[in-house]
Design a protein around this ligand. Sequence first.
Ligand code: SF4
Length: 366
Amino acid sequence: MTDTLTGTPPPTVPTAKQDLPAVDTVGETDKKVKAVALLSGGLDSTLAINVIKAQGIDVTALNFSTVFCLCNRSDSCKSEARKVSEALGIPIKVLNITDSFLKIVKKPKHGYGKNMNPCIDCRINMFRMAGEYMSETGASFIITGEVLGQRPMSQRKLAMKIIERESGLEGLVLRPLCAKHLEPTIPEKEGLVDRERLLAIKGRSRKEQMQLADIFEIKDYPCSAGGCLLTDPGFALRIKELFDHDIDSNVKDVSLLKVGRHFRLDGQTKAVVGRNDAENQRLETLARKEDARLHLADMPGPLCLMHGNLTDDNLQSAARLTARFSKAKDMPLVRVVLRRGETEGVLEVPPADPLWAQDRLIARNK
Ligand code: SF4
């Protein structure tokens, strides 16, 4: 619709604080209307909750975390979601869904996005769980911070429909930021939510969200909900390589992909070399009792974790890689300590040749 006097289209978001609807009316009848919000802790989901809360609706947040979440460090998203829920004064439930998600990543019904991100299946899985939580909490609908056209795989109209249908939530997912571009949902039709007070944001520009953040006085918003390792080309290559060799790989195998340089020694065997102290420590934590751990005997250097066939050849290769990525890389022979369970020994090896190492490195740009 266009303003007949000025010829300019109406704004898709309120343009100033005074344009915000007063907190509300809709939910305050005899019984409070309740909604469950998928809260990543990013700006969009935070805004969506603000828009719905402004209608006097009770919101409970649901946050999903997985081994693929880039934001699950203690200083980031998972705690951001908690911070946001605290700031908004709403309860939050955090669910770790790695196990169910890993199965999906291995074989997604709807395929992958640009990298190894099975966004449609991932959303179906999350929505299904959100639907269960909705029934548990007596909520009437789900809200998300999705914006039509913002993400190429899961935020298209057709994909949104598939996700709703396959998660059993047809008509029950309200997307407050782009609702006016979509068909009215059940809560809108039933008058639980005032459609007029929902928004019409579309596309990849973040301008309108920034504008809204100002209006809602949201400062310091964290990563823009893009914190998924499966969209990272380097990580995608590693996980694909892992699945190609071992489709039964588990959460620990996947966690290992986040650390160090990875080398393929044979179909079942990998050596992972830490790149700094933090990675060395992490590798120690991730080591299984059947793995070999190697480090330099005579000076500080990387930790190398070897998993798979611990043959003499492979152990020699791992020792050579350990030496290669240390200060001893130009020495003719390097002493490397090898630990396997309770046993310990020393191997004396020449550092690996750079081209030999490069050839075995699992990396995008070899
Ligand atoms: S980017 Fe990752 S977390 Fe987000 S929908 Fe896609 S697969 Fe799921």
